[in-house]
Design a protein around this ligand. Structure first.
Ligand code: TYD
Length: 213
């Protein structure tokens, strides 16, 4: 069976987590082996880098380099081997988050991000060299105001969650721009509705591609 790489994106508070769990169960029920992972993170080294990125102040380029360093390790240690085994890889955030947060949110140069993306995600499988991208990206689209309300009082905010509303408007716009460039890869989910209604949209994105019955 071919490996399947699905990423989950959205501004903080958009509500990805329960749906990642739900999809893992749905794939299990189909007899698939599922790898659930996240970025930044997913390996011992990348989780250390995550701690730094989410807590220490740093300039946008340092942040971008660290998330791509974490991504490189994650791809090599976890994602590529899992895909080679034919697993379903469900990844909580991937490179679109870098374009949205470091690009849109922090204003870092998108062309430089594209260069890093190409360097870090270049993969060779047998004789084939290509740039690894998710087969599908589920984007939970939610107005920044609604996400902020959902996050109120939830827990101690990390460096990004503590950002003002305006930052998340730019992040949301960063995702929108990314979807415009990659319309086939992206499934936009209207996340401003009940959990059940969001789940039905997620499920239908997978069913529409013939990946779940
Ligand atoms: P998140 O995925 O929301 O995890 P949790 O639900 O545990 O808070 O947190 C990851 C944070 O890292 C989120 O605020 C977005 C940010 N981030 C970036 O800024 N750039 C990236 O490339 C990635 C993957 C995440």
């Amino acid at each position: 069976m071919n490996g399947l790489f699905i990423s989950f994106e959205g501004i903080d508070g958009a509500g990805k987590s329960t749906h990642i769990e739900g999809l893992a169960q749905a794939f299990h029920a189909q007899g698939r082996v599922v790898t659930i992972t996240r970025e930044p993170g997913g390996t011992a080294l990348a989780e250390k880098l995550r701690l730094l990125v989410l807590s220490d102040p740093m300039d946008a380029m340092t942040e971008a380099l660290l998330v791509f360093a974490a991504r490189r390790d994650h791809l090599q240690q976890v994602i590529e081997p899992a895909l080679a085994r034919g697993n379903v890889v469900l990844c909580d955030r991937f490179t679109d988050a870098t374009f949205a947060y470091q690009g849109g949110g922090r204003g870092f140069d998108l062309n430089l991000l594209s260069m890093l993306e190409q360097m870090v995600q270049t993969t060779a499988v047998k004789e084939n060299t290509f740039i690894r991208q998710p087969n599908l990206t589920i984007w939970f689209d939610l107005p920044a105001e609604v996400a902020a309300q959902r996050l109120t009082g939830a827990r101690t905010p990390d460096k990004f969650e503590a950002q003002p509303l305006e930052f998340f408007r730019r992040v949301a716009n960063g995702y929108l721009q990314r979807m415009r460039v990659n319309p086939v890869r992206f499934a936009r989910i209207d996340a401003d509705c009940t959990r059940d209604a969001v789940w039905l949209q997620v499920l239908s994105a997978l069913q529409g591609r013939g990946w779940l019955p």
